[in-house]
Design a protein around this ligand. Structure first.
Ligand code: EPZ
Length: 421
């Protein structure tokens, strides 16, 4: 079983390049199959979630040419199978974007019910509500979701999401792109990756407006063309490195990012005592490692991202005073890492949706286990900040979303190595 072995206590110093956004790339790669022309996607993160989705797209018949680690050429004119194999969806939840893309383009799709990170119940009722608003017949049986468009194809519809959902916003947007007429999606998610998907689809000839606001309007088009597109930088990868510097101390320039996307994370880390300077495409963060307590409530964008909950919690465990962290998106996210942090000496009390974190002078290295992607990232930050040696197990979760983590952290002065036990 692969592990990271970390000797903590070193400040982080230097520069780190941030890769393409995993959660934008997953939707955009799926959108790329909606045209029969060739699409080139650049700034792709080389992480296992992306590689699994590319395998799934190839498996249904598309031609995939990975020209380098961060670039892929896709031509979907050879797709023949409209049913996605369970093999893929059980590994990555985002395979369910194939529902919207295949339904939109081929008027039919069949995808196993999604798996993904164990951070809470993750229904897809809102996705289905959107497909049905466009006239699709949706059936769930035997662990599969099957969608069929009406005779004349999907018709523009009007859907008001009951809950702000990134996945549902993306999936409905995909299907609506090739529907006939206007689709209006209200109470949309506004994450940067939603905007990136809409920009990509518009570059392929779609007619989408309002992405990044509560209301997205899609005027369906008969077909999409190919083209070349570069994925935006990953807000959560960048935030993870920022939290690591805050917790460990040091000074790092986080390069190749969009600082505006980091605002909610930047302001919280500044509140805790980190010094942060914004540049056009970079952020410089400096910390003494001495942090003040704070309060965080996770919310959909532009609020504090749930995907940074675990990482900021580690900073709280080392901050003076009592911090409070309320999770408003996923009900069980705390359980992926808080017990592990407590084994390192953290003082965390979870009551309902809120963790009360009493700062401690230092964490002590231990053997801990990652239970999901961001929990694993948090345990690595804790190991980097702790005194002594930490072993993080189940690191396959981490490698789903962080590219060349060991190389990047080592270049910043961290003592971390990957071993296959
Ligand atoms: C996406 O998941 C991300 N995954 C998650 O990142 C991220 O935590 C989440 O958005 C929130 O930002 C990908 O993009 C691949 P949601 P998604 O639909 O789309 C409820 C990571 O670490 N809901 O916005 O599944 C749902 O239960 C991963 O990179 C419904 O009730 O999240 C949750 O409570 C982890 N019905 C809330 O909405 C639905 O039909 C938000 O979920 C859909 C969602």
């Amino acid at each position: 079983m692969e592990q990271y072995v970390i000797r903590g206590g070193n400040p982080l110093v230097g520069e780190v390049e941030i890769g393409g956004a995993k959660n934008a790339a997953l939707a955009i790669l799926t959108a790329a199959i909606m045209t029969d022309e060739t699409v080139v996607i650049e700034n792709l993160p080389d992480v296992s979630d992306i590689n699994v989705l590319l395998e799934a797209i190839a498996e249904i018949g598309a031609t995939i040419d990975r020209t380098d680690r961060h670039t892929v050429r896709i031509n979907a004119s050879t797709i023949g199978d409209l049913s996605v194999d369970y093999e893929y969806i059980k590994k990555i939840r985002a395979s369910y974007y194939l529902l919207g893309a295949l339904l939109g383009k081929y008027k039919k799709a069949e995808v196993p019910l999604p798996g993904g990170c164990n951070i809470g119940s993750r229904p897809i009722d809102q996705h289905i509500k959107g497909f049905e608003a466009m006239g699709a017949m949706v059936e769930q049986s035997g662990g599969y979701v099957t969608c069929d468009a009406p005779e004349g194809g999907l018709q523009g519809g009007h859907v008001y999401l009951d809950i702000v959902s990134v996945g549902a916003t993306m999936n409905i947007l995909l299907a609506a792109t090739l529907a006939s007429g206007m689709t209006i999606i209200e109470n949309c998610a506004k994450e940067p990756h939603i905007v990136d998907l809409a920009n990509f689809l518009n570059a392929m000839g779609a007619r989408i407006s309002g992405a990044g606001t509560d209301v997205i309007k899609v005027r369906g088009v008969p077909q999409l063309r190919g083209g070349t597109y570069s994925i935006i930088p990953d807000q959560i990868e960048a935030g993870t490195y920022m939290a690591a510097v805050a917790a460990c101390g040091g000074e790092v320039k986080i390069c190749n990012i969009i600082p505006k996307h980091m605002d909610c994370i930047t302001s919280k880390l500044q509140e805790m005592g980190a010094s942060i300077i914004n540049y056009d495409d970079a952020i410089r963060i400096r910390s003494t490692g001495k942090l003040h307590h704070t309060t965080v409530k996770t919310r959909p964008y532009p609020g504090f991202p749930t995907d940074m909950q675990a990482q900021i919690c580690v900073c709280m465990t080392l901050a003076s005073g009592i911090s409070r962290l309320t999770e408003n998106v996923y009900e069980t996210r705390f359980f992926g890492y808080c017990t592990e942090l407590q084994s390192m000496g953290a003082n965390i009390l979870i009551t309902g949706k809120t963790a009360t974190v009493t700062g401690t002078k230092q964490l002590t290295g231990a053997t801990v286990c990652a239970h999901d992607l961001r929990a694993g990232a948090a345990l690595i930050i804790a190991g980097l900040a702790a005194q002594g040696t930490t072993v993080v197990e189940n690191i396959h979760f981490v490698e789903r979303g962080y590219e060349r983590l060991v190389e990047k952290l080592t270049a910043l002065g961290a003592h971390i190595r990957r071993i296959d036990d």
